[in-house]
Design a protein around this ligand. Structure first.
Ligand code: SIN
Ligand code: FE2
Length: 212
């Protein structure tokens, strides 16, 4: 497909109160981010986590930063040690942190201090059901979410699970920042359509930065 926006600088699209899409914001550093993902995954491999209810997630995950999001028999938690390797999660690469701080700042959250980066990997068919990001103690801090590789349909609703959903296509290099009034809005990812992206093949990656 001809990308009409290939040479266009990043632009902003408001999404909801406190939420904005920074279109193509991560395009210039995408190759560096993908290298960072590979380095993190070489030490803390991608794995399909099992929810407390016994359901194996279709999205494969790993983490970098001081703490990482993981599951155990009792629920969801942020832990400093990867339960699979029993080592600390890899440090957050500088390129990750720099991008997250810049994006938060541009979205109106100037003092963002992320201590966790969850890395999601979607293969064709993988999805993330509607959920709230509410395992963080620091709800004043936004979520910064970076999309890489194949496009995916992002659903963004409201505070109630059955609030109407907006559906937006997130493409390679797009960044979504949500906080303030929309910090606890329900969101999810529809099943990934098969395809080929020059940077990631048939995969989509998503980085979500949080201050836990
Ligand atoms: C998430 O909600 O944690 C990830 C969203 C995405 O993959 O874009
Ligand atoms: Fe989420």
């Amino acid at each position: 497909m001809l990308d009409l926006f290939a040479d266009t600088p990043p632009w902003q699209e408001p999404l909801a109160p406190g939420a904005v899409i920074l279109r193509r914001r991560a395009l210039a550093c995408a190759a560096e981010l993908i290298e960072g993902i590979e380095e993190v995954a070489a030490r803390s491999p991608f794995r399909q986590m099992v929810t407390p209810g016994g359901y194996t997630m279709s999205v494969a995950m790993t983490n970098c930063g001081d703490v990482g999001w993981t599951t155990d028999m009792h629920g969801y938690l942020y832990a400093p040690v990867d339960p699979q390797t029993r080592q600390h999660w890899p440090a957050m690469p500088l390129a990750f942190r720099t991008l997250a701080l810049e994006c938060a700042n541009e979205a109106g959250y100037p003092s963002f201090q992320p201590d966790a980066c969850l890395i999601n990997r979607y293969a064709p068919g993988a999805k993330l059901s509607l959920h709230q990001d509410k395992d963080e103690k620091e709800l004043k801090a936004p979520i910064v979410s970076v999309s890489l590789g194949l496009p995916a349909v992002f659903q963004f609703g409201g505070l109630k699970r059955n609030d109407p959903l907006m559906r937006v296509l997130l493409e390679h290099g797009d960044v979504v920042v949500w906080g303030g009034a929309s910090r606890l809005f329900y969101h999810g990812i529809q099943p990934l359509k098969d395809g080929h992206h020059p940077a990631t093949g048939n995969l989509r990656y998503n980085l979500t930065f949080r201050h836990t």
